[in-house]
Design a protein around this ligand. Structure first.
Ligand SMILES: [Zn+2]
Length: 310
């Protein structure tokens, strides 16, 4: 191909490329596309061995003044420095509410239920299931954002489910009482199996004591075909403020010292074993890894590790 031919050909292509623009500019003006709201319901499916794991975004909200919740025992400057270093604002935080479905092939197991029946029902529907397919509902602890979806005006949300929860947690709230427990959990007590750390929910799903956030707060370890995952619930509630600074005090942790010790030991285990975890309040899809860094931990969001082999 000669040089002059190349140049001519290039001119032709440029001209051809320009033609549709001329047509477009002569076209009538169309209405602009509508802007969409940020979705507050979503799902993401992963594989852990033979198990399918689906994280469900059942709600999301922006909360002002996050230092009223995280880092109550550090200075405003330290909080601002940590936030700026992680490129997140200091004056507001985004809260996510992420129940998890595990389909073992034999059982559909739901971990926590979100704030209300509407949120969890919408998220389960988005993920391709219906609430009546849920076989077992596991409650990690009894805070309102985890038990709120159990029932509502329409009755129970999961009509065919049995329930599993930690004995220590149940006994605490049964004695102490709270509005959410009395309304949502107590009526289901007869269908509830109480377990302790080390007990199995079903084969391949084992309870792990993670006390501190609440008196009997539990995490759950999933093991299938040599792959593992920790459904970690609320042992760490923010991907920066709780992971990089495990000793920062959190308003919602009932026993702040025990919660910090649980954070430290579970994060150390997750980092050492390079085990993925689902954090109920981590940024959706709420699945990631912990790496040791600078006296604390760094959150590494899942990329494709649990999508492979399909
Ligand atoms: Zn929570």
């Amino acid at each position: 191909m000669s040089n002059s031919f190349r140049i001519q050909r290039r001119r032709l292509l440029l001209t051809a490329g320009a033609a549709p623009l001329a047509v477009l500019s002569a076209a009538p003006v169309l209405a602009s596309a509508a802007q969409m709201a940020i979705p507050t319901v979503d799902f993401r499916r992963f594989r852990v061995g033979q198990f399918e794991v689906t994280t469900l975004l059942a709600g999301m909200r922006t909360v002002d003044n996050p230092q009223a919740i995280f880092g109550m025992n550090v200075s405003e400057e330290d909080f601002a420095d940590a936030s700026t270093a992680a490129n997140i604002p200091t004056n507001a935080a985004q809260f996510f509410f992420t129940p998890t479905l595990v389909n073992t092939g034999a059982d559909l197991v739901l971990f926590d239920t979100g704030l209300n029946p509407a949120g969890i029902t919408a998220a389960i529907g988005a993920a391709g299931y219906t609430p009546d397919q849920v076989d077992i509902v596991v409650l990690t602890h009894m805070h309102g954002d985890h038990i709120g979806g159990l029932s509502g005006d329409m009755g129970v949300t999961f009509p065919n489910a049995s329930y599993v929860t930690g004995a220590v947690e149940f006994d605490h709230w049964a004695a102490a009482g709270n509005d959410g427990f009395d309304a949502k959990v107590a009526p289901l007590a007869e269908k509830m199996r109480m377990i302790s750390g080390g007990d199995a929910v079903v084969s391949g799903i084992e309870a792990v004591e993670a006390f501190g956030h609440t008196p009997g707060h539990m995490a759950f370890r999933i093991d299938s075909d040599g792959q593992s995952l920790l459904i970690a619930a609320d042992f760490a509630n923010h991907y920066v403020w709780s992971l990089a600074y495990p000793t920062w005090e959190v308003k919602f942790d009932r026993d702040k010292e025990a919660a910090a010790a649980t954070r430290q030991s579970l994060l150390t285990m997750l980092a050492a074993e390079k085990m993925p975890f689902v954090g109920y309040h981590m940024p959706f899809p709420a699945l990631g890894y912990a790496e040791e860094r600078a006296g604390g931990f760094h959150y590494v969001p899942h990329s494709y590790q649990l999508l492979m082999g399909g």
